[in-house]
Design a protein. Structure first.
Length: 260
């Protein structure tokens, strides 16, 4: 047995089951009947409480949101929460009292010995990248590239790279509150001169989700028809004139060398 001396951080995903360990375990030689145990959140809300082996429900008003979602191990006093919700985020304390006699008790451990800091998280969707061309030329294409992801927690960071070179985002977040799911969108304007790979990453609570997209430089150039040069025209004209003269002379003198 023993008491925690510092805060412990416990993490879990929304929808999963998580256990918050208590600062005391009941020895095998004793039972829960000799103890009073309180699990409270942020020192204000009592999540669950036991006295003399039974759950205290007559004199304590438990928050409705914990109803049918919590249970306590009667030996190691771990508080189990399932399924996890974002609103479960917070600081939890396990207070354990031992009954020496029927009327007196002493505290074995409480919040002064360390809190359980619970940090739930929710997975963001895979990032979605879209590109919109608003100006195009033979040399480059001006694009607005957007990357978005939704339905995650906590507030994420978004990063992007153009051929492995980082880009500056104009980022916006949407959330009903600090304890609600987040939607995030990043926007950047790019000058693309050739086919380029663009990547976008969403980082949250130690997790990363990434997506890449090939940005294509479309060539809308119209190549003009090249007119023949003056020298080519002159040479062609001379050849045509000479050919006509030869034909004319041949037609004029050919009969003289015919039949007598």
């Amino acid at each position: 047995t023993g008491c925690a001396l510092e805060n412990k951080v416990v993490k879990s995903k929304v929808g999963e089951k998580v256990g918050l360990p208590c600062c005391h375990e009941i020895p095998s030689s004793e039972s829960l009947h000799n103890y009073r145990v309180y699990w409270q959140k942020n020192t204000t809300d009592v999540v669950t409480a036991y006295a003399e082996g039974k759950k205290m429900s007559d004199h304590i008003q438990f928050p409705e949101r914990y109803e049918n979602r919590t249970e306590m191990d009667t030996r190691n006093l771990t508080l189990w929460i399932s399924p996890v919700e974002i609103l479960d985020n917070g600081s939890y304390q396990c207070v354990v009292q031992h009954f020496r006699h029927s009327q007196n008790s002493y505290v074995l451990c409480d919040e002064r010995n360390g809190n359980e800091i619970f940090l739930p998280s929710a997975d963001f969707s895979d990032p979605n990248i879209t590109a919109e061309v608003f100006a195009n030329s033979c040399e480059s294409a001006e694009m607005v590239v957007r990357c978005s992801s939704h339905g995650g927690f906590p507030k994420p960071k978004i990063s992007g790279a153009l051929n492995n070179m980082s880009v500056e985002w104009n980022v916006s977040w949407e959330s009903k509150s600090n304890l609600s799911l987040y939607n995030v969108t990043g926007e950047v304007q790019l000058n693309v001169t050739k086919d380029t790979e663009f990547s976008c990453s969403i980082e949250y609570d130690g997790f990363t989700k990434s997506t890449s997209l090939l940005l294509k430089k479309t060539n809308d150039c119209v190549v003009p028809t090249v007119s023949p040069s003056y020298n080519v025209i002159t040479a062609s004209s001379i050849i045509i004139i000479v050919s006509l003269l030869a034909v004319t002379l041949a037609a004029k003198y050919f009969p003289r060398h015919g039949k007598c």
